[in-house]
Design a protein around this ligand. Structure first.
Ligand code: FES
Ligand code: MG
Length: 592
């Protein structure tokens, strides 16, 4: 055990509440926090001040249960000898924020950096959940580098409709197809979609929320076994209490994000991401986190470390089950143990409980092999991402684990050239253009068409929209063609099972090759070699490039808000995490 007294004299909150060099300011700080109801004795007793960064609110229903859980977190903090101070984080709700919630990840990040840096906080509990809340909180804690522990709000209970599991998000894609095919009417559509969200909590599928919460645990930033506990379960209350207790000790031990978020931790998370069938948004958020904590992580690392890892977790959209099943089957520790037995986990990576991931997860059993498979009996081999490059973009990723048998049969079983296909490009400029024209017979889309979405990246559609997975036109769906290859410079919802080529960087709006593409161009995608190209001559490409430059570059919609304009001016591409570039230079603020 570390010598507590020696650390306590260095608590950063002393600079506010007990600073002999500045008695005037100390009085001012004390006066206002006394006003809130604390006593001078408490504030000067050497107890760590622990922030609870509250992401729940009426505006963010996925995380709203944190308002309840925070009560148990406070009890844990108090019992361990700390003082809790709860404060709001800029709310983010994935499906309700227009034009896109990811515009707000960096805004919540910036706001939280200011709070953690500028107020008398010795440690913080990060209340994570809905997609962007997790990376926003982790990124801010990494930048400031005070002791931090994440607490997941937990997934919703399983959704059910007529005896079958309906998963949040994922059911929307299916219900849309059913409505387009005339199988259900609009009230039936709404009823089916609503069945997937039966309780408080985040999406019960392996979408971006479940992915990022699992990865926060795999990174070592949450207590072991905590990520998968469903929101309404009693165990969720208990882990909230334990999280509150633990952060106080972390402050005494001076255990900081930089001690936990090492390259080993990121490689562990990449491997876990493949095994759980994690979201295509994970590389964006983890690469962003790595940049803020100062760890070298590239998009190619995702293929290098993750591609060969098999799919072990049978959750929608890649599989059948949902969040409750994942928890009962053993959650993250059971997955980590499977990888660990193959030597695929850096076991010495430290976690928030002060132990290594190896100590935490060794021997964690799979309780239900239908939901979590063993490494030697996986659902699919090679569940990670393939990184593609070519004259269309310098990088884009494809999640191989969601390629359907039909897609494989239609596009990837050419005996002369397996894993490669050519097609006619159909180009849409942003989601509005796509919605407007997808069913237009003039486009003459057929099964040899490849749908392109551009103008949907961090600059083009500020924050990058989840719009790359596009449905086939209704006239094709009625003929039984439901899936067309989709490629774009935007993102895709983690709850979508579509085998799209995503996150293309640089985007059209940043001068990427997609800006030069025209409807009718022939394109060639080779998943085996990892290439994606427009099949036109260098000269023709050059001519188009000059014409584009002369026209002032790729045109995108005007800014609607001040934040859109500010972010567009300083944001990096999806490949490098869509971070605010100037923010990356600010690291370890609390030590600085
Ligand atoms: Fe918030 Fe899925 S929309 S977790
Ligand atoms: Mg999402």
């Amino acid at each position: 055990m570390t010598d507590r007294s020696s650390h306590d004299t260095q608590l950063r909150s002393r600079a506010w509440f007990d600073n002999p060099d500045n008695p005037d300011m100390t009085a001012l700080y004390l006066e206002r926090y006394l006003n809130y109801g604390l006593s001078q004795d408490e504030l000067q007793s050497g107890k760590p001040i622990i922030g609870i960064a509250q992401t729940g609110s009426d505006l963010s229903p996925c995380n709203r249960h944190h308002l309840e859980l925070a009560k148990r977190v406070r009890e844990g903090i108090r019992e361990a000898g700390g003082i809790a101070i709860e404060f709001p984080v800029h709310p983010i709700q994935e499906t309700g924020k227009r034009p896109t919630a990811s515009l707000d990840r960096n805004l919540a990040y910036l706001g939280l950096v200011e709070l953690l840096y500028g107020y008398p906080l010795d440690g913080v509990v990060l209340t994570i959940g809905c997609d962007k809340t997790t990376p926003a909180c982790l990124m801010a804690a990494a930048t400031v580098n005070i002791p931090a522990i994440a607490l997941s709000v937990g997934p919703m209970l399983n959704g059910w409709f007529r005896g079958e599991r309906t998963g949040s998000g994922t059911i929307v894609w299916k219900a849309r197809e059913m409505m387009a095919a005339g199988e259900i009417d609009y009230p039936g559509f709404v009823k089916l979609v609503a069945s997937s969200a039966p309780s408080t909590g985040y999406c019960n599928t392996m979408g971006t929320a479940s992915t990022m919460n699992s990865l926060a645990e795999a990174l070592g930033m949450q207590l072991p076994g905590s990520a998968a506990i469903p929101a309404p379960y009693r165990d969720r209350q208990e882990i909230s209490y334990l999280t509150g207790k633990r952060i106080v000790d972390m402050v005494h031990e001076d255990l900081k994000p930089t001690d936990i978020l090492t390259k080993d931790a990121f490689v562990n998370a990449i491997r876990v991401n493949s095994a759980i069938g994690g979201s295509t948004n994970a590389p964006i958020h983890l690469n962003a986190l790595a940049r803020h904590v100062g760890v070298e992580l590239s998009i190619d690392d995702w293929q290098t470390y993750g591609e060969e890892i098999p799919l072990l977790v049978n959750l929608q959209p890649a599989g059948e089950y949902l969040g409750e099943d994942y928890y009962h089957a053993g959650g993250v520790p059971a997955v980590v143990n499977q990888l660990m037995e193959q030597g695929l986990i850096a076991e010495d990576a430290l976690t928030v409980n002060g132990k290594t991931i190896g100590e935490n997860c060794r021997g964690a059993v799979i309780e239900d092999t239908n939901v979590i498979r063993s490494y030697d009996n996986p659902l699919k081999p090679h569940a990670g991402f393939r990184v593609l490059k070519g004259n269309l973009f310098s990088s884009a990723i494809m999640k191989l684990s969601v390629i359907s048998p039909t897609f494989r049969k239609t596009y990837l079983e050419n005996p002369e050239d397996p894993m490669a296909f050519e097609g006619k490009a159909i180009v849409f400029d942003g989601p509005e253009d796509y919605h407007h024209r997808i069913d237009d017979p003039e486009l003459a889309i057929d099964e040899h068409s490849v749908l392109f979405m551009r103008g949907a990246g961090p600059i083009g559609y500020p924050g990058a929209a989840e719009v790359v997975n596009m449905r086939a036109p209704n006239y094709l769906i009625k003929r039984g063609v439901t899936e067309l290859p989709c490629i774009g410079d935007g993102r895709q919802s983690g709850t979508s099972g579509s085998p799209s080529i995503l996150n293309a960087s640089p985007e059209a709006a940043a001068g990427g090759g997609l800006a030069l593409l025209q409807t009718g161009d022939k394109v060639r995608i080779d998943l085996g070699r990892g290439t994606a190209d427009i099949l036109i001559s260098e000269d023709e490409l050059e001519t188009r490039r000059k014409a584009l430059d002369a026209a002032g570059g790729y045109q995108y919609p005007a800014h609607q808000t001040p934040w859109q304009e500010i972010q567009r001016g300083i944001v990096s591409q999806l490949e490098t995490g869509m971070v605010l570039e100037p923010a990356v230079t600010y690291q370890r603020l609390a030590q600085g």
